[in-house]
Design a protein around this ligand. Sequence first.
Ligand SMILES: [Zn+2]
Ligand SMILES: [Zn+2]
Length: 163
Amino acid sequence: MNIVYSCPGCGGPTAAAAIETRPILSCPRCSRSISLPEGAILPATATEPPRLTRCVVCPSTELFVRKNFPQRLGVGIVVVGFAASCVAWAYRELFLTFGILFATAAIDVVLYFLVPECLTCYRCGARYTGPGITDRFGGFNLETHEKHRQQAARQGRPASAGS
Ligand SMILES: [Zn+2]
Ligand SMILES: [Zn+2]
């Protein structure tokens, strides 16, 4: 099971692999460490991969499933495709212009289905990936997101999930 989270010490993005095998996570920049809470990860059994029961960074048990798709990549593909279609348009290549636009859209759709799902914490935005990780959790719920956003606002914390 892998994690990407914002370090509570320096706020920077921190990644760690195989978190079920280690007692603590530590940040390479500010060396702030997080002890993995007991019971947060149920060990693997003969038939099942390790299971996450709650976020290991914050105490929240509310997590949602989403595609681990880097938004910037998706936008980048669209921008490049649009630029290429403008060049084709300038040369009066009508079929090429539309061909490029359709291909761009198709690449985005294919990528969307190819990328794995990840589990995201509503409260702190930590992301978890790994086999079977999303089995016990549902998709994004706006009400839960709103609840955490308002809690964060009251406590003066930036809300990270869903952004
Ligand atoms: Zn740090
Ligand atoms: Zn969290």
